[in-house]
Ligand binder design. Sequence first.
Ligand code: ZN
Length: 232
Amino acid sequence: MKLRPRPQWGTIPSEPDTYGRSFLGLPLHVWRPRETCRLLIFAGIHGEEPETTYALSRALRQLPGPAEHCAVVLAANPDGIIHGTRGNARGVDLNRNFPSRDWQPRPVTHRSTIEDPSDVLLSPGEQAGSEPETQALLSLIGELRPEAVIALHAPLACIDDANESELGKRLAYRTGMPLVRDVGYPTPGSFGSWGSDHGVPVVTYEFPLAATEVLMREHVPILVELLTEQAL
Ligand SMILES: [Zn+2]
């Protein structure tokens, strides 16, 4: 696939569909592939990780049109993105709200910065899968039936793949980041846990802690390879 020349990188070359609404009523957008969906890549499920949205958007903007076999969600948590919060507008950490076997109702914690203890509280939701953003993403996956899903996060600098799949191995090799089977602490109700329970291969691509321009230079080309299936 021939990529667009840089003067055209300012706009996304195709129109999204709306696959649901956030709690605040913002559209949940998906850029569908031209053909059958082999891969779904989503970013921005944690609103404090907007670099994932930015990088995936930059990659999408280099394509001349819709990806052949890859669906793209730039902001799985648009309320969190506009509020700059990890959780959605109800204070729910969406990546602890998925209806996995290990979902639990107690408040969940995260680190304010990577050096801090994990002591900032959020809700995992009133029940598993309680949030509209969670429900919409699961419906979308049920409809698209991708062979694999890549979830973009930051800033743990690893490829987290419980299955150690070929895709995970290739991404680890390509990014130079370690392939791990978990991030080293429990993540009940995470999207990855849900995927493990339901046989949906999930690779969590954790950007490193780096300035935005550094991330763009190093990771946008890899995302372009994913969108154009050079990395599949
Ligand atoms: Zn995250």
